[in-house]
Each structure stands twice: as structure tokens, then as C-alpha cells.
Design a protein around this ligand. Structure first.
Ligand SMILES: Nc1ncnc2c1ncn2[C@@H]1O[C@H](COP(=O)(O)OP(=O)(O)O)[C@@H](O)[C@H]1O
Ligand SMILES: [Mg+2]
Length: 632
């Protein structure tokens, strides 16, 4: 992956699109459902541009056939003249109407396309392996859904159609100008080349500034996100000034980049405005000379002058949209890059099903919960076998590291027989949580094997493997929602009664009853309105409601007082009956009654046995237990 946390973000941001053609093609593939809309937009743009060009062209007969002959006439017949004006007005109006409709249509196309992209991005994100989240910051991932999507929306709803319409208009106007007066057209084109040259001079560096601006926005956002999350730590260590200083530095960078980018944009407008006035007057002078010397008619001159205005405007517009498009494409590439990340690899075919015993004592698969689970294996010749899920887990010589060349676990072998309680104790960083990460395949084991009821776990479908292992993770996470919903997260089809029973088992019921709305109390942002210990109780209840064959508790009771812990223990003992349990705990009283205790040190098991064995061995465990050695 892209190295340590955060780094990837800064490397990725602020670069130009790598392969614009490919990216555009891919964006269009999301617009397939809108072929009708796009065809309509195409036609409407043509109509709108044609309307503009035609209405201007009408100035010629208006001058030549009406206004000029009328000059000095006593009672001119105005009816034909008025008819002409009405026709012109109608053409203008239909052009404006077409513009209005195609803009509306493009908004539908853009929002619909982004809806699709966001949906796909989110559902893909759900499939990404934990490893991906290890190496990408939240801020970076968030900005795919905000900044990058926004840039893309801008391009789809405005830039694309603007550029297309500008191109059509410029082409049409050019043709009309050539018809009216080829000589004047040459003058206009020369002036235009001069304008383009100036844009290039002014804008040469601006693209870089626009990219920098986007990069800086990303950095500022990331920093704000980190500081809001860590606000308490900032305050506790009186880091406000320091964090403000760091923010100022990033903010300064953003300021410089934004200034560079926007100075160009704001300079371009007035300069181009002035240039186009100059352009206009020069054309007018040359036109007047032509009218005198070459007999250019006044009507043509009037139309032509009008055209010069609608010639330079789209060109300025296109140059302005160019940066927006570059940014949108770079954003789209980041979005697609995330979509192309390999999803969690799952070659598992063994599934978890509910079974019942028929009258011969054989297993039959059923839909509803029976309390009996089986692994369903289909072998090559299509024969289905059911193996009862017992919760027998064996690790054979497991070697693992998160990064290459850095071993975290070196040769772990252990077994847990069904219904046994296995405990891991050891210093922080010894690798306890890592073992549980391997059991539910957050990470895959390169060496050695893990067997679950005799089946290598990489042959079991990940979702089913995880359904069979209920976990209380070391850092509890609660979602915005009610207490009831948060516990039900463990098993979505659990009834209210089952949820409450699980809460009672975890000894969470009594504190929940005291919450303002009991089980309907809304928990906000990770349950900050609860104490750490209360959050752990909910997490235990969540695991309990799943009623899984294997239960893993990673420091699940570390923030719970000893009295409550003793109460939970009773409930848990009931829950643990007939289940295999892995417990990780700091407090040795919690693990005393385990069938086996593994003492972990630097990724190896240095002692194992039950409590009495270990005390007898008088090793590390003995020291820990008797308080001769403190767990760090
Ligand atoms: N996602 C990760 N990426 C890289 N290294 C990790 C990751 N998680 C843990 N580690 C490292 O693995 C080692 C064991 O961590 P862990 O299993 O969490 O220890 P503990 O026994 O305290 O639960 C530590 O040295 C830690 O730095
Ligand atoms: Mg841990």
C-alpha cells in the first residue's frame, strides 16, 4: 500500500489527471442510462446556438431592407418591419428556452450520475479489507465523497455542456462571419489569436495553483478532522496554541494557492472584457473602411459586429472551464482509484447454516434458528456434507506481520476444544489482539494454518466465519441510533425480548433502565453520552445477542468496575456454556477460571496451562499474579 498513514493523502492530492481520456470514458459509462437526456441536450444546444446565430443574422436584412430605406421616409409601412422584429424575438426566445431546458436536463444527468457513483463507491468501500483503512485516513476517504464528488458534479452539470455549446457557437459564428465578410473575419481571427496568447501567458501557472488549491483544501480538512476528534487531548495538554499554529501554516498554504488560482481567474475577466471592446472597435473601424472603400453594406456590418461579441465570449468561457475540468478529472481519478482497490479476497465456499436432526439423526438444513449450526460443504461431485459447528479451533505454527519484515506473531500453536475458555495475557503490544484479527480474517495468515472444526478458515466464506464468531472488540464502537438498535446490531432478527435478555446477561439492563428513554435512548456520535464502562456493557450485550458458537472478548471488561464485572461474569458463564471463548484481559481475576491461559510475550507463547499449573511453574504468570511484575 501507500506507506504509513496520512502520507498517501498528500502524495495523491494536487496532481494532474494521469489519463484524462480513460477517465472521461469511464465517467460516460455511468451516464449510459441517460442516453435520451444527452441526445436531447445535444439537440437543444444546437437549437440554442443556432437561434443566437440566426437572430443576429437577421440584423442584416433588418438594416438593409427596413431601417436604411426608412430613413427620410414620411410614412413608412411598419407592418413588415414589425413582423420581422417579432420573428427575431421568437427566435431569441426559443434559443433562451432551449438553454433553460438543456441546463435542467444536465442537472438531472449530473445528479443521477453522481448518485450512481456514490452508491458504487460506498458499497465498494464496505468490501475493502481492513488493511486499506489502516493506510488511508478518514479525512482522505471523506474527501472522495465531498471535494472530489463536488468537482465532478460541477463539471457534469456545467463545464461539459458549456464547452460543447461554446464550440458549437464559435463554429457557427465563424461560418456566419465568413459569409458576411471574409476580410473582416481574418481581422477577427488575428485579434483572437492575440487574446489566446494573453490567456496562455496569464494562465500558464494558474493550472498549478488550482491543483495546489485542491491539495491544500484536502490538507486543511484532514487537519480539522483530526483536531475535532482529538479536541479533548488538545485541551488536556493545553495544545491549543500549538494546534492553532499548525493550522495557520496549512491555512497560509491554502491562502497562497487560492490567491494564485483566483487572481488569474479574476484578472482574466476584466482583461478579456477590455480586449474584446478593443477588438470590437478595431473591427468596427476596419468595417467602416471596408464599407467606404469596398461597398460593404451596413446591414452586414451590423450583424458582423454583433458576431464579434458572441465570438470572444465563448472562448473566454472555455479557458475558464479548463481548470474546473482538470480538477474534476483529478477528483474522478481518485474516486475510480478507490473503486479499483481490490476488495477483500474471499475464496471461501464453506457456508454456515442452521440445521435440525431428522429422525435418523442426520442433519437437515432449515431456514430458522435452531440453536444448532453446521458447516455446509459441497465437494467436487456436488455432494453436500454438513459438519456440526462445535467451536473447535486450532492454530498451527501461525506466523504473521502487518508489514513485511516485521513479525508480530512468530509461531503460535494452540487449540481450543469446544466449550473451553482460553485466555491470553501479556504485555501491551504482545500480539493478543492480532491473534483475534486473524481468527476472523481481518488479515490472512501467510504461514501456518488455522482450523475451525477441522476446516481451514480460508475455505470458509468470510461473512459466515464472522457470523460464527461474536467479538467484543478492544475499542467499542456504537452507532448513532437507539440503545435497542445498537444491541440488535449483533443479530438483526433478534426480537425486543431477546435484546433485553442479552442486556440482562451483560448486566447492562439496570443502567439502561435509568437512561432517560430506556432502550429508546438515542446514542450520539459513538455513544459519547455514555461512560466507557457502559459502552463496554452494550458491546458485550451486542455479542451476546448473536448467540454464536465462538465468543471473543478483547479487554471487554477493562473499564468496568470489579463488582459489576463479577456480576457480568455470572451472566457470561451462562452465555459461555457450550461455547468456545477466547478472553483477553488485564485483570487476572477475570481469567483465573479459564481452561488454559496463554502468556504472550513478543508474539510467542512463553507459558501455557491452567491457573494452578502456571502458579506451580512460578514463571511470568506467577510473577504477574503475585504482583511481583506489573503488566505494562
Ligand atoms: N494495523 C496494524 N498495522 C501495523 N501494525 C500493527 C497493527 N495493529 C497492531 N500492530 C502492531 O502489532 C503488535 C501487536 O499488537 P496487538 O496485537 O494489538 O497487541 P496487544 O497484545 O496489546 O493486543 C504491536 O507491536 C503493534 O504495533
Ligand atoms: Mg489488544
Amino acid at each position: 500500500m501507500s506507506g504509513p498513514r496520512g502520507k498517501a493523502m498528500h502524495l495523491n492530492r494536487g496532481r494532474k489527471p494521469k489519463d484524462a481520456g480513460k477517465t472521461i470514458k469511464r465517467i460516460f459509462s455511468y451516464m449510459k442510462g441517460y442516453r435520451g437526456h444527452l441526445a436531447a441536450v445535444f439537440l437543444l444546444v444546437l437549437i440554442s446556438s443556432a437561434g443566437q446565430i440566426a437572430a443576429t443574422y437577421f440584423l442584416k436584412p433588418l438594416f438593409n431592407d427596413f431601417i436604411l430605406p426608412f430613413v427620410g421616409m414620411q410614412n413608412p409601412d411598419l407592418s413588415a418591419f414589425i413582423r420581422m422584429l417579432v420573428i427575431m424575438a421568437l427566435i431569441y426566445a426559443s434559443g433562451a428556452l432551449a438553454t433553460f431546458i438543456y441546463n435542467r436536463l444536465m442537472i438531472t444527468v449530473a445528479t443521477g450520475t453522481l448518485y450512481k457513483i456514490r452508491t458504487e463507491l460506498f458499497s465498494h468501500m464496505q468490501k475493502l479489507p481492513i488493511r486499506y483503512f489502516d493506510t488511508h485516513t478518514h479525512g482522505e476517504l471523506m474527501s472522495r465523497y465531498t471535494n472530489d464528488t463536488d468537482a465532478l458534479r460541477n463539471m457534469l452539470s456545467q463545464s461539459l455542456v458549456n464547452i460543447f455549446s461554446s464550440l458549437v457557437t464559435v463554429t457557427g459564428v465563424f461560418i456566419a462571419m465568413c459569409i458576411l465578410s471574409p476580410v473582416l473575419t481574418v481581422v477577427v481571427v488575428l485579434m483572437l489569436l492575440l487574446m489566446l496568447f494573453i490567456i496562455k501567458k496569464l494562465g500558464g501557472k494558474s493550472g498549478k495553483f488550482f491543483m495546489q488549491q485542491q491539495a491544500s483544501v484536502g490538507k486543511v480538512n484532514g487537519y480539522i478532522e483530526e483536531m475535532t476528534e482529538g479536541q479533548k487531548v488538545v485541551k488536556v495538554f493545553c495544545h491549543e496554541d500549538q494546534s492553532k499554529k499548525e493550522f495557520d501554516k496549512l491555512n497560509e498554504e491554502l491562502f497562497e494557492a487560492a490567491k494564485g488560482a483566483n487572481t488569474f481567474a479574476s484578472m482574466l475577466r476584466p482583461i478579456m472584457g477590455n480586449l474584446s471592446y478593443m477588438h470590437y472597435s478595431i473591427t468596427a473601424i476596419v468595417g467602416a473602411l471596408l464599407a467606404i472603400t469596398r461597398g460593404l453594406d451596413l446591414g452586414s456590418l451590423a450583424s458582423f459586429l454583433q458576431y464579434t461579441r458572441s465570438f470572444s465570449q465563448p472562448i473566454t468561457m472555455m479557458s475558464e472551464q479548463f481548470n474546473a475540468i482538470l480538477m474534476a478529472l483529478a477528483g474522478a481519478e481518485r474516486i475510480f482509484e478507490m473503486m479499483d482497490e481490490k476488495p477483500e479476497h474471499d475464496e471461501g465456499t464453506v457456508t454456515l447454516v442452521y440445521v435440525q436432526k431428522d429422525k435418523y439423526g442426520d442433519f437437515v438444513e432449515v431456514e430458522h434458528r435452531t440453536g444448532l449450526w453446521a458447516w455446509k460443504q459441497i465437494n467436487e461431485n456436488g455432494k453436500v456434507t454438513y459438519t456440526q459447528v462445535k467451536g473447535d479451533i486450532r492454530l498451527n505454527d501461525v506466523v504473521f506481520g502487518y508489514e513485511e519484515n516485521k513479525t508480530v506473531l512468530s509461531g503460535i500453536s494452540l487449540y481450543a476444544k469446544p466449550g473451553q475458555k482460553i485466555a491470553f495475557v501479556g504485555s501491551t503490544g504482545a500480539g493478543k489482539t492480532t491473534i483475534t484479527n486473524l481468527l476472523n480474517r481481518f488479515y490472512d495468515v501467510p504461514d501456518g494454518s488455522i482450523l475451525y472444526d477441522g476446516i481451514p478458515i480460508n475455505r470458509i466464506k468470510k461473512a459466515d466465519l464472522r457470523r460464527s464468531l461474536s467479538m467484543v472488540l478492544q475499542d467499542t464502537h456504537l452507532f448513532t441510533g437507539t440503545v435497542m438498535e445498537n444491541i440488535r446490531y449483533g443479530r438483526l432478527d433478534a426480537s425486543d425480548e431477546e435484546v433485553i435478555a442479552a442486556a440482562k446477561l451483560a448486566n447492562a439492563d439496570s443502567f439502561i433502565q435509568h437512561l432517560p428513554q430506556g432502550y429508546d435512548t438515542l446514542l450520539t456520535s459513538d455513544g459519547t453520552n455514555l461512560s466507557q464502562g457502559q459502552r463496554q456493557l452494550l458491546a458485550i450485550a451486542r455479542a451476546a445477542v448473536a448467540e454464536p458458537p465462538v465468543l471473543i472478548l478483547d479487554e471487554a471488561t477493562s473499564s468496568i468496575d470489579t463488582r459489576t464485572e463479577a456480576l457480568i461474569e455470572k451472566g457470561m458463564d451462562k452465555l459461555m456454556e457450550g461455547r468456545t471463548v477466547f478472553v483477553i484481559a488485564h485483570r487476572l481475576s477475570t481469567v483465573r477460571n479459564s481452561n488454559a491461559i496463554m502468556v504472550l510475550e513478543n508474539g510467542t507463547i512463553i507459558e501455557r496451562g491452567d491457573h494452578d499449573d502456571l502458579i506451580e511453574q512460578a514463571g511470568k504468570y506467577y510473577q504477574l499474579y503475585t504482583g511481583m511484575f506489573e503488566l505494562s
